[in-house]
Design a protein around this ligand. Structure first.
Ligand SMILES: C[S@@+](CC[C@H](N)C(=O)[O-])C[C@H]1O[C@@H](n2cnc3c(N)ncnc32)[C@H](O)[C@@H]1O
Length: 314
């Protein structure tokens, strides 16, 4: 009998670009897939359904609470599902631990889930009162409070500029340093609102700073760099990796990685003879990123900044 679960009915998190991810990965029976950002298991359900009755999936997440929820939602698929608490940046060893040397498809749906944003105690949301936490993995030592209250003003300014692309990074860092210790997300958001002002910008003035601190707490860009290279090394020929990014820093990193790994030679154009020894490993399937349509954005406003890029192993 074909097991079937619904990815969106009563889902605590609506999977973004769901049909587009399935169209990209083309899941098939008797194949192996990795969902490196399992979350509530929305994309995983789609992959398992489409690869019935014998496709298998390894779901990885840094957040044990997400894994608990996904475990329940994916129970219907029985032993076709393997779950792992860890980072996709180490997916090769997570796959080897269950005896997999190569896989047919990989999805990375970056960032955080609706469950994480709406849980005030996790400290991700600038709209609610919560501790300055922002860890995907609550067993990690570094929290947002450590960064906000102990980094030097200079370190803070650099981080907010680099990871938030916030033009007022220096002013914000100065204000934070002058008002420490800060304990809650609301204190931080209100302080930034006071000094950066509620301009006509649509987004809250603290949005970019919160993004920057979250990226730093979870070392997200480094994890993504490692994750992309591990993903490509695990794919079978014709296997595909699909990555959904939610901000330009992530998307740029994915685009540049795909471009580099799809080139035979990465020597500077001015160099007459190739000395790099580089070889193309992938073919880029999406010349431009796939964006959600108006319907999806209306149904799920969180999807509005999503960009999906797909590559295929040569
Ligand atoms: C946008 S949600 C994924 C939602 C999922 N696709 C769904 O349909 O339910 C992103 C998830 O990735 C997890 N995550 C973020 N960085 C990670 C990493 N480096 N390794 C593993 N999981 C990560 C977060 O904890 C979060 O649960």
């Amino acid at each position: 009998m074909r097991a079937s679960a619904n990815a969106s009915s009563a889902a605590p998190h609506t999977p973004v670009l769901y049909q587009e991810v399935l169209a990209a990965l083309q899941p098939k029976a008797a194949s192996r897939y990795i969902d490196g950002t399992l979350g509530a298991g929305g994309h995983a359900i789609g992959i398992l359904d489409a690869s019935s009755p014998t496709g298998q999936l390894l779901g990885i997440d840094r957040d044990p609470l997400a894994l608990d929820l996904a475990r329940e939602r994916l129970m219907i698929f029985g032993d076709r599902v393997h779950l792992c608490h860890g980072s996709f940046s180490e997916m090769v060893s997570h796959a080897r631990a269950i005896g997999w040397d190569e896989v047919d498809g990989i999805i990375l749906d970056l960032g955080l889930s609706s469950m994480q944003i709406s849980d005030d105690a996790r400290g991700f949301s600038l709209k609610n009162e919560g501790p300055l936490d922002m860890r995907f993995d609550p067993s990690q030592i570094l929290t947002a409070a450590d960064i906000v209250n102990h980094y030097s003003e200079r370190q803070l300014a650099d981080l907010i500029w680099l990871y938030g692309e916030e033009p007022q990074a220096r002013r914000i860092a100065r204000a934070v340093a002058a008002n420490r210790p800060l304990k809650t997300t609301r204190e931080l958001a209100e302080l930034i609102e006071q000094i950066a002002g509620r301009s006509r910008r649509r987004i809250h003035p603290a949005t970019r700073t919160f993004q920057a601190i979250r990226i730093a707490v979870n070392d997200e860009l480094h994890a993504l760099e490692c994750g992309l290279s591990e993903a490509v090394s695990l794919l079978k020929p014709s296997g595909r990796v699909a990555v959904i990014a939610f901000h330009s820093l992530e998307d740029r990193l994915v685009k540049q990685y795909f471009r580099k790994e799809s080139q035979e030679c990465i020597c500077p154009p001015s160099q007459p003879i190739c000395t790099c020894g580089h070889h193309a490993q992938i073919r880029v399937i999406t010349r431009r990123p796939i964006r959600p349509g108006e319907d999806e954005v209306a149904r799920n406003p969180r999807s509005r900044s999503a960009r999906l890029r797909v590559a295929e192993r040569l």
